[in-house]
Design a binder for this molecule. Structure first.
Ligand code: PAF
Length: 281
């Protein structure tokens, strides 16, 4: 695997490959790689000649300084994992290399997608994500980029950004990769205590029950039921639960037969904030 820390050398390397008509699949990450990331890499390998992974803990997408400081950083282990799945290229730049002198984000208008759900709780988060992903796309110039559906709102926003800026690439959303017990894989899981990790399986169990209820109950009834499930939970604290239209990400109150909906949830397990979602149709 070739490892690059400078964007210019990476660009030169990749443009040589592009000149040989090689296709490039790209997986942007913040490291602390897990099986979910590896499944994205495998997916990219099936469809592309070259797979590029970036590891960059992007400071502008964190609204809380301690969250950035505590974000798991496991570069040695990540490199070994990438080598074990025969990834071709790792891009691991410094903050200065990505942002230059000013570590600030661009201000985006994603047609309102950025104001829903996560946008209400994480100030400036999607400006940070948009800025870094756009920058990485410009550096790597991939044919296809792969993202997990756990961050479904992020995925929709990135698709919107690609469309708005007419960037010449495809964005593929990939199914959520789960532990055997149903917990959605996330780099943040590494920070869960044993008790919180076990308790967190309740999140997906509740989502699965939500899906069943969706056929017979009203949206309000389901939301009340979920709120009650978490009300007296000793280890988990519900931040939000909502049923939203997949396209607009707007919370719904009434179901319409021709629309696709998802249930979205954010929960604190101790200090660790976990998100998950499930398609309802
Ligand atoms: O999902 C992530 O890991 C990050 O938000 C991303 C897309 C790599 C941007 O920093």
């Amino acid at each position: 695997m070739d490892i690059f820390t400078e964007k210019l050398t990476l660009k030169t390397h990749l443009s040589k490959l592009k000149a040989q008509n090689k296709t490039i699949g790209f997986i942007p990450t913040m490291g602390a790689l897990h099986k979910g990331h590896l499944s994205l890499i495998k997916k990219a390998q099936k469809k592309n000649d070259i797979v590029v992974v970036s590891i960059f803990v992007n400071p502008t997408q964190f609204d809380k300084a301690e969250d950035l400081i505590n974000y798991p950083k496991t570069l040695e282990n990540d490199i070994q994992l990438l080598q074990s799945v025969a990834c071709n290229v790792l891009f691991h730049p410094s903050v200065k290399e990505v942002y230059g002198k000013n570590t600030v984000s661009e201000k985006f208008n994603f047609d309102g997608l950025e104001h829903e759900m996560e946008g209400k709780y994480r100030d400036g988060h999607f400006d940070g994500v948009g800025t870094v992903v756009k920058t990485l796309f410009e550096i790597v110039n991939p044919d296809t980029a792969y993202f997990g559906q756990k961050d479904f709102q992020q995925l929709q926003i990135i698709k919107k950004m690609v469309k708005q800026n007419r960037l010449p690439l495809k964005v593929k959303g990939c199914k959520i990769f789960r532990e055997k017990n149903g917990l959605a894989m996330s780099s943040r899981n590494a920070r869960l205590s044993k008790e919180h990790r076990a308790a967190a399986t309740f999140i997906y169990k509740t989502l699965k029950k939500t899906k069943k209820r969706f056929h017979t109950k009203s949206v309000n009834e389901i939301c009340d039921w979920v709120t009650n499930q978490f009300k007296n939970h000793p280890l988990l604290q519900l931040e939000y639960f909502t049923i939203a239209d997949e396209k607009t990400l707007k919370t719904i109150e009434i179901k319409e037969s021709d629309k696709k909906y998802r249930a979205f949830i954010a929960v604190f397990a101790g200090e660790i904030r976990l998100i998950d979602n499930i398609p309802l149709r």
